[in-house]
Ligand binder design. Sequence first.
Ligand SMILES: O=C(CO)[C@H](O)[C@H](O)COP(=O)(O)O
Length: 258
Amino acid sequence: MTRISLPKRSEGHDRPPAIIAPSILSSDFARLADECKRMVDLGADWLHVDVMDGHFVPNLTLGAPIVASLRKHTDAFLDCHLMTTNPELWVKDFAKAGADMITFHLEAAAGPGPDDWHSLAPDQPHPAVVDMCHGVRAAGMHVGLALKPATPVELAVPYVEQGLVDMVLVMTVEPGFGGQSFMADKAAKAAVLRKKFPDLLIQVDGGLAPATVDRAAAAGANVIVAGSAVFGAADPGVVIQQLRESVTAAATSGNVPH
Ligand SMILES: O=C(CO)[C@H](O)[C@H](O)COP(=O)(O)O
């Protein structure tokens, strides 16, 4: 059983409700519990946890022990984005630590190289990806599937069609670091998914801020990850509110995502 259920799309909306997930990558790690409490008090729906292994991306951040420590201080939904090779190695540890969702990279199933997605078929689920989805659910967590900027969005479709994933994460920067510039053309990948899957959680991550979120919201995204824009703001609560309003306005506008 998953600890917290996922929000559902309601009548008259073209997507599930807005979920704003500050990325703790931009927090003061020495004061992590306080930083997370502050974000939740200011209106954050989820906390986004960036897990980097120094192989899949050129950066090292944190692992399950930090999640376990954090869990002692918060009941918030912990959305753990695994930027790692061999993500299956970490499923049990993250489940035990109290993670609510594991989002792993589709490319990691094919290999750690930036172009390894070329070996994935658009119409046939990859067995390693399918096993990973089943493994995450069996461990009591929700499943997210992440796509790097160069990976075609169509490659995610078979896993959504088969009900294997709860969320697709469309990366709008090259994974590895906070504070990068938003890639608007990559956000447009969300529209392909939203047209086919009105109930799917579609997350965007990288360079999201009040100045860029409208583009992602117009494409159909509903889960907004923002690190530097939120933690670096004079009033993070205002930024969280602006991100939410952008998604909510797009969801009720009746426009087809573009
Ligand atoms: O996954 C990530 C980096 O790989 C981060 O979540 C992302 O970059 C958020 O930071 P910012 O909002 O500052 O771009």
